[in-house]
Design a protein. Sequence first.
Length: 115
Amino acid sequence: MLTAIQQPRNDNKHVAWTRQFAGDGRDFSACYEAEDLAHRCGFAIGSAQRGDPRGLMHGYAYVAKWRNLSQRERAELHGAMFGDMRHGPVMIVVYVTAPFEIRVALSAEPKGRGL
């Protein structure tokens, strides 16, 4: 379970889809599973920064670290990854601002090893 510090920040965004990844017990395994799904769906993932989420943008090549994103840029994100990237669990949250076809594709995505 995610602790209070790791819970997704609402920022008044409507959530369209979530998935939690537990990993297999090895360092970063939950993070790698989440990254794999995000990349397969066409999301660029922000650089890791200890204790902060990682932004997701569909169709972009690069997303900066959380601390380097302005409030406006954070508001424009299509989603985010939250959690303990080293030990798991990691949660992907996709907002309604993501392209419709991506939200539909994610809804059809098999759960795999995620919780």
